[in-house]
Structure formats: structure tokens, C-alpha cells
Design a protein around this ligand. Sequence first.
Ligand code: NAP
Length: 476
Amino acid sequence: MKDDLMYINGEWIGKELEKLEVVNPANGQVVGTVPIGGEDEANQAIASAHAAFQTWSQTTAYERAMYLKRLNDLILKNQEELAQVMTLEMGKPIRESRGEAASSATYIEWYAEEGKRIYGETVPSHIANKRMQVWKRPVGVVAAITPWNFPLAMLTRKMGPALAAGCTIVIKPSGESPLTAVKLVELCEEAGFPKGVINLVTGSSSKIGNAIMENEKVQKVTFTGSTEVGKLLIRQSADQVKRLSMELGGHAPIIILDDANVDAAVKGVLASKFRNAGQTCVCGNRIYVQAGIHDVFLEKFTTAVDQLKVGDGTNENVDIGPLINQSSVDKVADQVADALSKGATLVTGGRELTEEGGTFYAPTVISGVDSSMVIMQEETFGPVAPVQKFETIEEAIRLANDTKYGLAAYVFTESVAKGTLLIEQLNFGIVGWNDGMPSAAQVPFGGMKESGLGREGGHEGLEAFLESQYVSIGMD
Ligand code: NAP
């Protein structure tokens, strides 16, 4: 693997640059390096993407689909290697990594086809000798900045629609997990994309970020990451009015009503809360359970949590891998300590697992939490499930919406009427109703409020890389 190089204008470069070490959080060992690029490399990559845009944007959707389908096939063919790299560099259990590789391919495959349906519009004119049309144009050079927690899926969710729309791209992956991106770009090269269409820059996030935001050739920035960095990029984008898509942080509520199927709720909450050791933007962060079902849910849920196996993600039967680094473990431990100091009860877990040799935290359940506790206000990004009892649906809606975030929410109820009325009042961009894993390539994913701007996935995800050009045709 070209894991000590970056990819610009069809060349693997950066041999002479200092290297950033990528560390396996399961054991602290260095698993690879990437070059530390900065402004120069970012600007070279942007120039290359800009040059390539002039021809790539003129290809047909069918031609672009051909390249994307080749890439889809290569991702599936290399699913195991991609999964191994992912698990080694950021720790997620290998079964989840395989699942991410497969779902990442669906974004490439789906947009290969969807790109053929960029129709534009003919609009009836109010004047007899005029015709009115809306043409669709690719937005231009795109910069894609991605987080470490889904090192592959967050890239393909952007690349699929951007490339299908006729845009060219500069990728900047997280320094915590850049090796998966290197492997993906190798596959892009093998798929035969023309030089400059896809470029990869690794290194200093602030220097590369500044170069992207200051370079007029970048028309669109698509970012997935924290709300804090997202806000910085939004501010930086103002000078050039760059197009933005922002997939930011979340603080998902899970609401379980008295009439829920308890076993299905336990299964759904486990999937939502503990996937990727709780390090997902859509993972349930606050669990509200109605009084009539609270005790039985808590008991069954705790039994299930106690069965989760923690360990090195390369081990086939591990359910919970390490957290990405020590500061993540410290943040989780602080949130649990804060909740316990304010009166919450520790039901299970509640400690760092130092004997494992990496940055692990035990799957944890705490009950009797309330809104005064930090864990009910901030993203946890760890395997901790705080459970709060509520009496009425109105109370659950008020508690769930009492946040600056609006990404995902989950509802468990067997009643169509209660579920519908409840969801209509939840201010979240994605709702899983009796479903702990709602994401898919063909549907819009994104948040309300401070969880973001725009949507990825579905036809909305393609629209994000297009400009509407209204053409008025006079026929005097
Ligand atoms: P992050 O710290 O915001 O980093 C995200 C990306 O931005 C990384 O590539 C990072 O590079 C880069 N970055 C950092 N500072 C930058 C700057 N000044 N200019 C330009 N780029 C900069 O987020 P993270 O810790 O990687 O990911 C976790 C966060 O992402 C959570 O808040 C989670 O909720 C959110 N997330 C959201 C979604 C969604 O779809 N809404 C999906 C996944 C994750 P370095 O890592 O190299 O510094």
C-alpha cells in the first residue's frame, strides 16, 4: 500500500515530507504513516482538480457511471483488505469494518445510476414567445474533509455524488485514520479515473483547511466532523461564498413508549448505542423510557450490555473495540463521573479498561439521569447508555428537543398513531422508528439545527453538487 504518500494529479508524491504516524488504538502500535502536507500540497491538489474539471465535467453521465461502477466492484473485491486497514487504524470491530466497506460501495453504485437522472426542467412560460428551462451544472472543484469514525463511508458518501455530478475532488481525511483513504484512492487509480479527478492530501488539518478555504478554485466544501470545526469552516467560507454541505455532531434521543416491543427496543438500542463503541454521530446518546416499561427495559438491556465482548477489533467475536484515543476515554469517564456525582446510579460498567492495553472503556449503563448532567447535554462518543424515566409523551418530546443538535432520533412504539404524532414533533433530520440503523445510500442523511446544512444520500445528496442554471430563451 502507498501508505507514506499522497495522490495529486495522478501521481503518488510526498516522499520527502515529514511523516505522521498512525496508531492502532487497540495496542498503541504504529500501523503506518502518511506525509504531512500543508498549503503547498493542498494548492497543488486543487490546481490539479481544477484542470481535470474542464474535461471531466464534459464527459457524459454514462461515462462517469462506468468509472464509478468499476470502483464499486473494486471496493467489493477488496472489502477484506479495506476492513483490515480500518480496524487497525481506528479500532472498530472487524465485522463492522466489513459492513462499512460493503455499505460504502452502495454509495458509489447508487450514484453511478442516479447521475443518469440529472434531468433539469422545462417550466411553462407566461409569455408566448419565450421558453424557460432549468439546466443542471456540476458545481466545480469540491474539497471533501472527513472524520476518523467512518473512514471509508464518509468518503464514498461524498465522492459518489460529486463524481457522478461531474465535479472533481480533493480529499482530506482525518489524521487519525488516513490509511483507509489511501487504500480507497489506490482503488480509484486502478478503476482508471483520469488524472486530477480524484486527489488526496494528508497532513496538517488547519494548513490544508486554510488553503482550501482561501483558494478561489474550490467551489464547494463538503465536511463531516464536529460542530466546532464545522462552524469554523462556515465562517471561513463567507469571504468567497463557497457552497457548503455540513454533516456535524449529534446528540440523539431514543424514546421508548410503554407499548414498545421490549425485545425489539433492546436490540435497536444496542445497535444504535454501541456500534463503533458509541463513536457515531447518530448513536443514541440519551435514552428516555416511559415509566410503565422502564424497569423491564432496564433489566433486559443491562443483561444484553453485559454480554458485549470488549477487545481488539481484529478479534472476530469482539463487539466493542477501543475508543480512538486517550482523550476520548477521559471525556467519557468525566461524563460518567459528573452524572454519578449529580445522583445517577451506575447499573453496569463505568470504568476504563486499562488491562486491555489500549484505550478501552467498559460498556456502561447508568440510570436516574436528568438534564442537569453533562452526558444529557453533550455528545458522548463512547459506550455509555444513560437512561431516564418519563411519564408523558409531551415530556419526552420536550426532553428530546431540548438540545442544539438535530441529527438523529429513535422512537420505539407499536402504535402507528402515537409514533406518527410523536415523530411529527421531533426536530431531527433522521428518525429510526423501531429501527436502530436507519442509514442507506438512497435516502437523505443530515441534521437540523447545529447538526448541519444539507443532506447526503438520496437525490438530495446529488443536488448538493449541482448548480441550477435558469435559461430564458427569447424567440422574437
Ligand atoms: P473533527 O475533529 O471536527 O475533524 C473532522 C475533520 O476535520 C478531520 O479530517 C480533521 O482533521 C479536520 N479538521 C480539524 N480541524 C480543521 C480545520 N481547522 N480546518 C479544516 N479541517 C479541520 O471531527 P472528528 O473528531 O474527526 O469526528 C467526530 C465528529 O464528527 C463528531 O462530532 C461526530 O458527530 C461527527 N460526525 C458527523 C457525521 C454526520 O454525518 N453528521 C458523521 C460522522 C461523524 P484531523 O483529524 O487531521 O485534525
